[in-house]
Design a protein around this ligand. Structure first.
Ligand SMILES: Nc1ncnc2c1ncn2[C@@H]1O[C@H](COP(=O)(O)OP(=O)(O)OP(=O)(O)O)[C@@H](O)[C@H]1O
Ligand SMILES: [Mg+2]
Length: 287
């Protein structure tokens, strides 16, 4: 039985288990799988990232109802560089969610990487409004992730398509953040370079479970670089544990190598790519 998000945050001893419960529900209702239905209000979280645009619908208890994912190239280094394409994708997500949920969702939220507030908040808000959503809030990505993972004090490491973001949260607030341009795209670059193939082909190989073991030695230097980036940003900070989100963390062996390199316990939820989008949807329900 899944509790409300408040129950998860306040009463759960093993929050990653609870977070995985929510994520597993979401995994079962990502398009083209059927959506779940609710009588009550529907809250939408939209994550416009470097590699993907992801939209997630939750009910008033924070239970996932439906998800949409579209690969896109509308963001570079945390900044929206193709506004019209972003609007088009978010509109198509809202249309699809409305069809699948049986009615149009009303309230939405989105997120931006911390440190990119200048201009980015307004542009992100405009994208959701252009898709017909009333925008409840624009949160920062690590705070959104922490709502799913169920902690107020900890470090979120987000290894997405374009960047690695390191954020320290204390008492539910981001007190430090750093973002560097190394992510899944750099995996693609080294694979494409090694096999003398295109980025698209390299991306397909990287996500193919049949190829991943063979690719590990090729991408290893990129993982080591990510470990170095994390170490540098956490210098002088006694991190008790690192919570990993973002699609690149799914690469088999990634987390183990990072943990070996850093010597800090790491926590990896199921479907790390969906954590921030789900957290954005959850943030929408808050006052
Ligand atoms: N199973 C997998 N193995 C390895 N990489 C994966 C896997 N699934 C997704 N990825 C990679 O994860 C990246 C996308 O992750 P995510 O959706 O978190 O990024 P994003 O939010 O769009 O980017 P950013 O946060 O940098 O703006 C892509 O580079 C994709 O290739
Ligand atoms: Mg992201």
């Amino acid at each position: 039985m899944i509790g409300t998000v408040h129950q998860i945050v306040e009463y759960s001893a093993n929050h990653l288990e609870e977070a995985n419960g929510l994520i597993n529900i979401l995994a079962g209702c990502i398009s083209p799988q059927p959506a779940l239905v609710t009588e009550g209000p529907i809250f939408i979280g939209v994550d416009v990232g470097t590699a993907n645009v992801v939209s997630v619908a939750v009910d008033r208890d924070g239970v996932p109802l439906a998800g949409e994912i579209t690969r896109a190239r509308v963001v570079k280094e945390g900044i929206i560089v193709n506004y019209f394409e972003a609007v088009h994708i978010v509109q198509s997500h809202i249309e699809s969610l409305s069809r699948r949920l049986g009615r149009k969702p009303d309230i939405g939220a989105s997120a931006i990487p911390p440190g990119t507030e200048m201009g980015n908040i307004k542009v992100t808000r405009n994208i959701l409004e252009a898709a017909g959503l009333e925008v409840k809030k624009i949160v920062d990505e690590p705070t959104a992730a922490s709502l799913v993972l169920g902690f107020r004090d900890g470090v979120v490491v987000d290894v997405g398509g374009g960047t690695t973001g390191i954020s320290i949260l204390e008492n539910g607030k981001v007190i430090y953040t750093g973002d560097e341009p190394t992510g899944g795209f750099q995996f693609d670059l080294v694979i494409a370079g090694h096999y003398k193939t295109s980025i698209e082909e390299a991306e397909m190989m990287k996500c193919d479970p049949e190829c991943q073991r063979m690719l590990f030695p090729i991408v290893r230097p990129v993982i080591e670089k990510i470990a170095t980036i994390i170490r540098r940003h956490l210098a002088g900070y006694q991190a008790k544990g690192l919570y990993f989100v973002g699609g690149t963390c799914s690469f088999p062996g990634f987390i183990r190598l990072i943990e070996q390199e850093l010597g800090i316990p790491t926590y990896l939820p199921n479907m790390p790519m969906m954590v921030t989008p789900l957290g954005i949807a959850l943030s929408c329900r808050e006052g």
